[in-house]
Write a protein that binds this ligand. Structure first.
Ligand SMILES: [Zn+2]
Length: 373
């Protein structure tokens, strides 16, 4: 185990929940306050950053906070320390506590907020509610002398090219003749300067995701014997790595909307929920969106869900849901607190694997602003 730098920790975090998954315009994710350029032994994981959470970080000796809700959400026009927000930022900076925010990227990430909520609700056969991200497959077709084909194929597979579902090292080859003439200044692997050359070559075709394009090209170029390898590279219309917001899944046994509302209360640890719909309706398929899901009632309805679990439902949205026959259970926004344990455990695993010595502390501060009377 070795001591960790803030950058190393966040690199691991982003290998799981990359910024490119964010699905809101100008979502202020990433490092919000302080620096990652320092040793970090303790990280506090929290839903929100408020004054009490800052005190908790100080008391527990944390140098970094990972939060779901960005602490600076709107553009600052000043940095006055006589406002509550300004005072909070001052406290964090004076105590050298960095804050890193993972918002909608953590909602979308595999094992992120929405998966954690779906798991907490004991849903099965969990699927994505609304696709917000995908990558297109790319294809590389290259030409290599026969005796080097195996070496190049091996390098491509090692870089991750040719992975299709539960198969790896997939490629397709055809044989043919390559023709070329080396010009003055060249250092040809085969043939002489100024002479036409013809050689037996293999055309190798492999597919891979866009995100590993550079790695694959580099591996191919390193393994290829030619000074100027010829290759085609193109983007395919085939989509892969689909990810998205919200989840849909099935309950093990159907239950009435009333029993389901009780189930939500106990599983998500909330004192009350608001319900739209006839409480005697049988529920088996459930859609869930952490936080504010007002925008997604029609998506939830289209998914065939019998009930939509989400927070912050407005009066008129509730009326719209009623009119399209969508039942709703609103447990509030604060149920996103499931991310505290989920992120701490996930990061604990990733850092142990990377042999980084960091402790992930789960915030114990209740940041729910509402009291239910
Ligand atoms: Zn939220």
């Amino acid at each position: 185990m070795k001591n960790a730098n803030g950058h190393e920790i966040i690199q691991l975090f982003e290998s799981w929940s990359p910024k490119k998954l964010a699905c809101m315009d100008n979502d202020p994710i990433g490092l919000a306050i302080g620096t990652l350029n320092k040793e970090v032994t303790k990280v506090l994981v929290t839903l929100d950053v408020n004054d009490k959470v800052a005190d908790e970080a100080i008391a527990k000796g944390c140098q970094l906070i990972i939060a779901h809700h960005p602490p600076i959400f709107r553009k600052l026009s000043n940095l006055r320390t006589d406002t509550p927000a300004g005072k909070l930022y001052e406290k964090l900076i004076k105590n050298d506590i960095a804050v890193y925010a993972a918002h909608t990227n953590l909602d979308v990430a595999d094992g992120g907020v929405n998966d954690l909520l779906a798991e907490a609700l004991l849903l099965e056969n969990i699927e994505i509610l609304e696709k917000t991200y995908h990558e297109n497959l790319m294809k590389l077709a290259l030409f290599v002398p026969d005796e080097y084909a195996e070496k190049v194929r091996h390098a491509l597979a090692k870089a991750g090219a040719g992975s299709i579902g539960n198969y790896d090292s997939c490629s397709f080859s055809t044989n043919g003749q390559g023709r070329f003439r080396a010009l003055e200044g060249a250092n040809p692997f085969i043939g002489d300067i100024g002479e036409m050359e013809k050689t037996d070559e293999e055309k190798i075709e492999v597919v891979f995701t866009q995100s590993i394009k550079n790695k694959v090209l580099k591996a191919m170029l390193n393994a290829h014997p030619y000074e100027e390898p010829a290759y085609d590279l193109y983007t395919l219309a085939v989509e892969t790595n689909e990810m998205g917001l919200g989840r849909v899944g099935k309950l093990k046994e159907p239950m009435t909307l009333e029993s389901f509302a009780e189930h939500v209360k106990s599983q998500l640890d909330v004192p009350r929920v608001r319900v739209v719909g006839d409480t005697s309706t049988l529920i088996s398929k459930v859609a869930v969106v952490g936080g504010d899901g007002n925008k997604y009632i029609h998506t939830a309805k289209r998914s065939g869900a019998d009930v939509f679990v989400t927070g912050d439902i407005g009066f008129h949205i509730a009326q719209d849901a009623e009119s399209i026959g969508l039942n709703i259970v609103d447990p509030g926004h604060h149920v996103e607190k499931v991310m505290i344990k989920g992120v701490a455990e996930k990061m604990d695993g990733l850092c142990s694997q990377a042999k980084l010595s960091v402790e992930f502390v789960q915030s114990e501060i209740d940041t729910e602003p509402f009291t239910f009377i």
